[in-house]
Design a protein around this ligand. Sequence first.
Ligand code: ZN
Length: 472
Amino acid sequence: MMADKKTLSFLVVVGLSVAAGVALAVQAASQLGLKPGFNLFSKQQDITAGQQAAAQADKQLPLLNDPQVVGYVSNLGHRLVQFEPLPADYPWQFKVVNTKDINAFALPGGFIYVNRGTIEAAQNEAELAGVIAHETGHVVMRHGTHQASQMMLAQAPLSILGGMLGSSGSLLGQLTQMGIGFGANSVLLHNSRSAESQADTIGTYVLYHAGYDPHAMAQFFQIIAQKYPSRTAQFFSDHPNPGNRIQAVNAEIPKLGPPNNGRTDSPEFEAVKNRLLGMAGAPQSGQPVQQQQQPNGGQSSGTLTRADVMPSRNFKTFDHSAFRISYPENWEILGDANSAITIAPRAGVSQNAVAYGVIISGFQPDATQDTDTLYNDTRQLLDSLRQGNPNLKVIGRDENIRVNGKAGKSVEMTGQSPLQDSNGQVLREHDWLVAVERSDGELLYMVFIAPEKDFQSLRPTFENMVRSFQMK
Ligand code: ZN
């Protein structure tokens, strides 16, 4: 079928203007000295990761569902993202969290949450616009997945799996293991000082081009830090002050163009603020976020009881694309059929560390000409594990074992648990490595983990898991 001529030319025009918009954005970014950092993720993966984290956030945060307030914030946000100095074709969403804390955060892919306390503390629309524009800066610079990418490089063994099991899903699986969520420990939310100053540059740029007083963002950050130190603790932990914020922003503003006599306020802002101030008081603080922290996120084992981590005698089976394994039915799988996975009791894993459970991953050794390749490959794997866990020590000797008929190595190690005892001393951890060679020379390995004091009581469970392990 022929395309209608009118429709076709319309499409061409739209296509050109989109291309022109992207070109202008790229030019603006280079003038501002903004270059997104190293990133293992594609833009589409930013969006997927953000959607997953946002789904968690929506479930766990007390969202405000007032149409007037949310509609206003959403309109404001959508207006601001038209002025980004970098490509901003994300499925933007702006939500309001019903808490008194002054906070805002952005998930990759354009999911932005603004606390009610932020709107109530802002003196005018420009200040609120400044906070939102700053958050959009983290999105278009892709700071969340940049941060995650750097962490993956540092945790070499996990990232190597990406090469082995391929598929784009494995990156997201790794992110799940590292804390894809939005909680206080989420890798997606912690910004470095240099990321902060980039978000400041973008926030100020967007304010200026959207017709607001470009000083409003930095001024607001300054005011809330002084006026509400306790209610802004989380904000400044995720958005550390890059230092001399006001001076840095003031130095940028003349480069943006002639003074714009930007507006500061709107009747809509005042109406929304008054509406909020007239509503029942917002609950204090982001408690729901804190609850999401796993017990050992606070590094104390005092909150972990034996019942929280002890395995059920009943097992169920997990089918991974590379293997099959049975595990206690009250433990959970983190990751998916194409990623590195952790199998652990829910209480035994925090967002960045496993205290009880097993990590199953893959390792691609450098080819050796040696006769005992399994021995050498296992040494390489141990070296790589130690890079990410410098306290890991091998105890005793490697043993040759067979796992469902395949040759493997068993290595006992000690290390440092992410848990502490009641005196704040780091607990000693026992780690048991089982590595099995695939026919293509790659290793699949399991590291069984528990504090030393509990390892022996878990060993029978771990041994049952090894017995059930079958490569595909
Ligand atoms: Zn920030």
